[in-house]
Ligand binder design. Structure first.
Ligand code: THG
Length: 369
């Protein structure tokens, strides 16, 4: 890009911003109106650290939408087409949020902090406005807001050792997607076993943005014996692992069935759940599109694209490749596609990249690894 972002208070800084600059951040994206680091100058080194070691990520842009008050649980159920009745305090549940047409609006993690307090840990999208409007229009006894909470992710197979050194052996008993409220040197945190990778790890939800630099430093120090390094959510690892990127892999018409989220939907959720009637109808009619992987016949490392690519079966357009990456573990270029539901693994396709280059490929199931 021959230009850079104009500074503006509309693009917010994370509490870890200065720490990431000191650690050598080389690129940012904008996510939930915030800067998010996307690289520290060594993409392969950062990737292998996630796969074999431990890495720390500024993911403060995973903002929390807090639902608090007597009817917080009721609002959560109205917003989420997954039955919440069995949910316990201390659990986080991954789930889709849809509009009244069943179109995906976000894919947050819902955290239950108390019977009357929930957080939606959101992907890129203005879910705060949506939740506020629904609460007000349905006259619910609930307040909706954005609390002072900024997640920091510690990911990779050695993340557990860093956490045990910091918090003690009890961390080992924390279940996948479970969390507990705790402190580190007096810094208020919520410690969760989760994160946007399949390499294992934790997320520390910092509850006091004045202490971001301090928390970053504590993790960097505790991680030093394990060669921790700064990183960011890995576009490569998440494609290999088949994790969804809302907004990256979706468009304005994507429903959750098309992007492999059906296991997070309960069609018998209450009738006043937003989108549930549409989701039942979509399920009954059968989805028109599906998400599949593609392995491309192209040696050498292909670059990233900021637009979707066209996918053809013969001469017929059948959908789009929404993202692609070089997979160091497969030593192939791979992509995630949103295509006509009639395509099956083993089908050969032609992908037309945004620069008009055409590359053959073979469809496969997700995840790749
Ligand atoms: N952590 C937190 N908030 C987040 C994300 C996160 N908000 C934005 C974004 N990431 C939400 N999206 C996802 C997508 C996938 C997963 C988590 C968040 C994920 N999925 C696993 C899978 O699909 O295999 C497991 C799902 C399950 O079994 O429950 O981990 O990363 N705080």
């Amino acid at each position: 890009m021959p230009a850079h972002f104009t500074p503006s208070p509309r693009i917010r800084r994370s509490p870890y911003f200065d720490a990431t600059v000191a650690a050598g951040v080389t690129s940012f994206t904008v996510y939930n109106h915030m800067y998010m680091p996307t690289g520290f100058g060594d993409p392969m080194g950062e990737y292998w650290r996630l796969i074999r070691g431990v890495t720390m990520w500024d993911v403060a842009c995973q903002r929390q939408v807090e639902l608090a008050g007597e009817e917080a649980g009721r609002l959560a159920q109205i917003l989420c087409p997954r039955k919440l009745e069995g949910m316990k305090v201390g659990q986080g549940w991954y789930l889709p949020v849809c509009d009244h047409q069943g179109i995906l609006l976000n894919d947050p993690i819902l955290l239950k902090l108390a019977e009357d307090r929930y957080w939606l840990s959101i992907a890129d999208g203005d879910l705060l406005l949506w939740a506020k409007a629904v609460a007000a229009e349905r006259s619910l006894a609930v307040t909706v807001g954005e609390p002072d909470v900024s997640p920091l992710a510690v990911q990779g197979p050695k993340a557990i050792e860093v956490m045990v050194d910091l918090f003690g052996d009890e961390v080992r008993s924390l279940g996948y997607f479970r969390f507990r409220e705790t402190k580190l040197d007096g810094i208020p945190l919520l410690l969760a076993r989760s994160g946007w990778s399949k390499q294992g790890g934790f997320e520390l939800y910092l509850r006091d943005s004045a202490r971001g630099a301090e928390l970053w430093q504590l993790i960097a120090q505790a991680g030093a014996p394990y060669d921790i390094g700064p990183g960011c959510p890995s576009g490569t690892e998440r494609v290999e692992s088949g994790l969804l990127s809302y907004g990256g892999d979706t468009d304005a018409k994507t429903n959750p069935f098309e992007v492999r989220l059906e296991r997070f939907i309960d069609l018998d959720a209450p009738d006043d759940t937003i989108g549930i009637r549409a989701l039942r109808a979509i399920d009954a009619a059968g989805p028109k599109r599906r998400q599949l992987g593609v392995v491309l016949d192209q040696g050498g490392r292909m670059g990233l694209h900021d637009r979707h690519s066209q996918v053809f079966k013969g001469d017929t357009p059948v959908g789009r490749m929404t993202t692609n990456t070089w997979s160091p573990r497969m030593e192939r270029n791979i992509g995630i596609c949103l295509v006509w539901a009639g395509l099956v693994p083993g089908d050969t396709v032609t992908v037309e990249l945004p620069d008009a280059r055409r590359i053959e490929g073979e469809m496969c199931e997700l995840p790749f690894l």
